[in-house]
Design a protein. Sequence first.
Lengths: 230, 184
Amino acid sequence: MNVRVEHHAPDELLLEYAAGASEQAVALVLACHATLCLGCRARIHELEAVGGALLELDPRAPTVNDQPTIERRVAAVLARADALDMSSDAPVAPTRLATTASTVLPAPLLRYTGPYEQLHWRKVLPGVHTVALPLRLRNTPVRLKRVKAGLRVPPHRHAGMELDLVLAGGLRDLSRGTQYERGDLQLSDREIAHELQTLAGEDCVVLSVNEARMQPLGLRSKLLHWLMGW
Amino acid sequence: MQDRDLLEAVAARKDRAAFAELCRRYSSRFVNYFRVRSAKPEDVEELVQEVMLTVWMKAESYDPRVAAVSTWMFTIARNKAIDRFRKFARPEVEDNDPAYLPGSALAPDAAISLQRQVDDLRDAIAVLPADQAGVIRASYFEGRSMPEIAEQSHIPVGTVKSRMRLAMEALRRRLRSEEDERAS
């Protein structure tokens, strides 16, 4: 397991995440990446400070006329807090995650999938298994993919943004000459056509978020794509 | 009293006067924050009260080494807005996650520099060109993604992205020069 994450999330995606403007699927992949990446986690905190600064910049300071409204609000909030205290002696426990022996899946993802050991993988091709999450970006389902070590993924492109977060094993982009391991984020857009190969050793597990479906390039790739039912 | 002292008084002894003062300082800001997205005053009031209730209940979890008070308050309002308007619970890093990669220890003086950072950001945002400030505000206060901002303002997504990048560069430059000045 590598500790140094080398392929990070672009700043504008981190900004949207910090601002609260990300699509749910993108927010999920960024939360998982930030679990494993100190640099992006720190950057998210910095970008959240922009939100704090914007709040402080609010031009309208409360006037004397606002006082009664604010006082009513304080009273209402404290009454609600007291009512909550009365209704439950013990504080409400935060939703607990099912315990899992594996640390392959970061907690934000576990909330969608359940424990890694209990995933229902669907075989789509020899060496390729997937699990669809109950979540889509545009109309494309978010998937976990498990690809056998050393397997080649034929050339393809995407009709939109692709975000792949490596969770186990590794991936090499043969077209771009880059390598991705646990925590690394592989980002492509419609301009990029690429051919991927999983690294030798461990099977590669990827959280894959796409704006649009994969577009196969070449006859072999098209045939495989058709077989996979994508 | 600083915001931080007020919040710490709420955390330590459920100090109602300190809480009332925080409401005086922040709740009108939250009204403005939610008003951008909801036309109904009663809905806005409900959201503001939910944020302040969370502040009251979660004050103990505030860590001044991680965020300035206003930043922490912003994240509470933001999460509430995502719940309400985008209808999902924001996926977040969880620090009790066994998969969590622990960071370096937080410096004890981090709290002071974090508040300075917010002060500097505030000054820097105030002098941004209007088009750059506009995309930042649309993102943080309206919760709009870049394609949504583009559609709303009838400009290409590329233009939104470049305005966003220019704004972030300006903020970063400002933060760095302020840091250098303090160091010298």
